[in-house]
Design a protein around this ligand. Structure first.
Ligand code: IVH
Length: 691
């Protein structure tokens, strides 16, 4: 980015961040998530580092927090309540340490790592052991007096036992710590909010901040806040005199004085140990065990003298940093919109993004599902957007930051013609489809489906090779794949004889295929694996068994297809009118019948399956699978259920017999609970198969 463009972007970032910070800190309102705001700040921070002359004194990077609310008495902090700079990656941490080394002239490797609790910072003052003042951070210099409210928190001692300590409690004590709310309380309060018909809070920090700022301490008290104390600010000289040398020791002293400190905090020798600490706590299973939310770790140079020598840069100490967990949301820019044509001809807009890290991986594309989604978001090319990777792996555009617009953004037009072959686009509800059944892009998508694992399972024929074969006119449809010869491929640039041989032997070995797979490979609109299986068993192959063998070839399929009616198809359970129509249409199309004939000529054969006496153990039971099974793949589990006479369905309904829930089950699990369907864990499921 050149300086002029950077200047423009910086001023917009500053405006946007300031507005959101004001909403968040002063008005307790939140329009975008913490992660999204952090991400905006991070971009600003980096741009200002690149062009330091463009960083103005009123930039949010130079500031601590929002202005105090008017209702509370204002109090001045004797020493400013600082903030921390953020690191998001190991590289950020290495850079931080390098900058610190350059500044101090000595390297550092002894750190104290703390959990960064998602709450709000407070200052506590004790005089002669009595809590006399508690305040919020405010803008770092002036905060709000919330003594009354802090007194309601049981974790905050009202009076300290002055005597009997190894280090006598000084007459005047200034401490800092974090006020927060447990996950359990958070849940309880939100349930109450919903019951009252009010909006639930977005995160535990909002509840803690909102509760501590209540004018009526009774309300604060009802919220059951909690706190950890993490620093002794004053009197520094008493600590020095007593020989206290590290941040860790300060925590121990706080503990002896009767304050609640976090026992998961620990020293780390070298960055590798810091990374271990952070990676341990980033893991969901470890975080789940904590009663409160954390959003990262705080890393502090443990030696107090070195910490002090580091001083302050902007509004943060040089010798401490917040190493955040990978945010699940980030901001980026929509660089372009490309239209993908799917296997069934549906046009899907896909956004090309300025690459951004979300939840630990770099994202550069995001599907927008359909054009209605673009309309709903009000999206334009060039827009700054918030991307989220919630729970699963698929990144989504969740918000457009319209205030970041420059006026140069471009409207996204729904194409009237297919971007690949110019054929007219047909609109069906929210769906747009290429009108040309031979569209090249559709064709490639179809070929990908045809060779995919659940269809012909031809490994080694990836999209690039398929595209190449199409481009060289070596194949014009899927049936041609089986007529390819080694020599056709070996002569192509970048292909050797060996890889040509592999491809041909792979296609040959896949020429014999089961009937359900064969039907699935045809890519009939709305027909997935389960429906293919139903069609195979209940329609095409019925009555075709002879001498314990199922003899059924493509010519039989063609013969049956000629007699097909949509009504008959609908008699098959799970096949609705829409699906029946689609199957009927496919087999009524002469071109498709020709294609089937061509497959037969190319040597494709339908596997002869021995018909075993069907097992009845699970007869009449419909199973739905969700989550990951450990002992077997989902396909194996389905095979097993079918072999015992059971049926599979993809969705939970009142007809479902059992829902088998593996690791991290999805919404089907919730649905089962809702409908009162029996849920089996993996072990129970395995037992049922054995019985
Ligand atoms: S030490 C100079 N330790 O994170 C500030 N802060 O982004 C020293 N926080 O304002 C802060 N847990 O509200 C520290 N164990 C912890 C913390 C913690 C949460 C918050 C605190 C602070 C913010 C800095």
């Amino acid at each position: 980015m050149d300086k002029k463009a950077a200047g423009e972007r910086i001023s917009q970032l500053v405006k946007t961040i300031n507005r959101h910070r004001y909403l968040y800190h002063v008005l307790d309102k939140q329009e975008i998530s913490d992660a999204a705001l952090d991400s905006l700040k991070n971009e600003l921070f980096n741009l200002e580092r690149q062009y330091p002359e463009l960083a103005s004194p009123d930039s949010p990077t130079q500031r601590v927090a929002g202005k105090p609310l008017k209702e509370f008495k204002k109090v001045r902090h004797e020493t400013p309540m600082l903030s921390l700079n953020d690191a998001f990656s190991e590289q950020d941490m290495k850079d931080w340490l390098e900058r610190l080394k350059n500044y101090l002239g000595i390297p550092n490797s002894n750190f104290y790592c703390e959990l960064k609790i998602d709450g709000l910072a407070v200052e506590l003052i004790y005089e002669n052991g009595v809590l006399t003042r508690g305040s919020t951070r405010g803008d770092g210099f002036i905060g709000e007096d919330i003594t009354q409210n802090l007194k309601t928190i049981e974790a905050v001692p009202l009076k300290l036992e002055i005597e009997n300590h190894k280090l006598k409690i000084p007459p005047r004590l200034v401490l800092r710590g974090e006020i927060f709310i447990t996950k359990k309380e958070f849940k309880r309060i939100n349930e109450e909010q919903i019951k009252k018909g009010e909006k639930p809070f977005a995160n535990p920090r909002n509840v803690a901040a909102g509760s501590v700022r209540q004018l009526d301490p009774k309300v604060t008290s009802s919220r059951h806040l909690d706190s950890y104390i993490y620093d002794i600010v004053l009197p520094a000289e008493v600590l020095t005199k007593a020989g206290v040398k590290t941040h860790e020791e300060k925590h121990q002293i706080l503990k002896t004085w009767g304050f609640k400190i976090n026992s998961d905090n620990k020293p780390a020798n070298g960055l590798a140990e810091v990374f271990n600490f952070r990676n341990f706590w980033e893991k969901k299973e470890n975080r789940d065990k904590l009663p409160f939310e954390i959003d990262g770790i705080v890393v502090i140079v443990n030696d107090d003298k070195v910490f002090d020598a580091g001083g302050v840069i902007g509004k943060a100490p040089r010798a401490a940093i917040a190493y955040k967990f990978s945010p699940r949301e980030a901001e980026t820019i929509i660089e372009d919109i490309k239209i993908q044509v799917g296997r069934t001809g549906v046009l899907t807009p896909v956004a090309t993004l300025r690459p951004v890290e979300v939840g630990g991986v770099t994202i550069s594309h995001s599907t927008l599902h359909n054009f209605d989604e673009i309309k709903r978001l009000g999206l334009k090319i060039g827009d700054t957007v918030v991307i989220s990777r919630a729970g699963d792996v698929i990144p989504k555009v969740i918000k457009v930051l319209k205030e970041m617009r420059t006026g140069k953004e471009k409207e996204i037009k729904i194409p009237a013609n297919c971007p690949f072959d110019g054929a007219k686009i047909i609109k069906e509800g929210a769906v747009y489809r290429c009108g040309n059944p031979k569209c090249g892009a559709r064709h490639l998508q179809f070929l990908k489906h045809f060779v995919s694992r659940s269809a012909f399972n031809i490994q080694g024929l990836g999209p690039k090779i398929l595209n190449r074969l199409l481009g060289e006119n070596l194949i014009s449809d899927a049936a041609d794949i089986f007529q390819l010869k080694e020599g056709d491929i070996a002569v192509l640039e970048r292909f050797g004889e060996k890889s040509a041989q592999n491809i041909i032997s792979e296609t040959k070995s896949r020429q014999i295929i089961s009937l359900p797979r064969f039907i699935y490979s045809l890519g009939i609109l709305h027909v997935g694996e389960e429906t293919s299986r139903l069609l195979a068993d209940k329609f095409f192959a019925r009555g075709k068994s002879s001498g314990g063998k199922q003899v059924f070839q493509i010519k039989d399929l063609i013969e049956q297809a000629k007699k097909i009616t949509a009504e008959e198809l609908q008699e098959i359970p799970d096949i609705g009118p829409r699906m029946a129509q689609s199957i009927y249409d496919w087999f009524s199309n002469e071109k498709n019948i020709e294609f089937l004939g061509k497959m037969e000529k190319s040597g494709v054969e339908i596997e002869s399956v021995k018909r075993q006496a069907p097992s009845v153990k699970l007869k009449g039971k419909i199973f739905v699978l969700t989550g990951t099974l450990e002992a077997m793949s989902r396909e194996q589990a389905k095979e097993k259920i079918r072999s015992l006479g059971g049926e599979i369905s993809e969705s939970v309904s009142k007809n479902t017999g059992y829902v088998v829930a593996g690791l991290e089950p999805g919404s089907k699990f919730e649905k089962a609970k809702e409908l009162g369907i029996s849920v089996l864990n993996e072990q129970e499921f395995l037992n049922m198969l054995k019985k």
